[in-house]
Design a protein around this ligand. Sequence first.
Ligand code: FES
Length: 113
Amino acid sequence: MTPITDAAPLCLLTDIPDGGAVEVEALLRGEAESLLVYRHGDDARAYLNVCPHAGRRLDYAPGKFLVRGGTIICAAHGASFAADSGECTQGPCKGDSLRRIDVRVVDGAVRLA
Ligand code: FES
């Protein structure tokens, strides 16, 4: 994975399967951070790739996320998050939320807002 600059898009919407998620690296306040970018139709949501339960990454392998039926599942201990809001709906951190990063889709590209 190649770190990106502030000016570059995070990814193209078409890089993400509809209803799925990909990992991208973004510069946030000058620090490279791993993000999960979820696609829902023509829209995208981004979250820090950090679970609020124990601070582990959400992916089960680098860049591979468990996302089914609008739910993101943390690979570490199974917390389930609503993909559209980031809220934990089931599991050890129920009621907590993923940290959302504002993004927008412009001309098919997902960019930091
Ligand atoms: S670190 Fe995600 S459920 Fe425990």
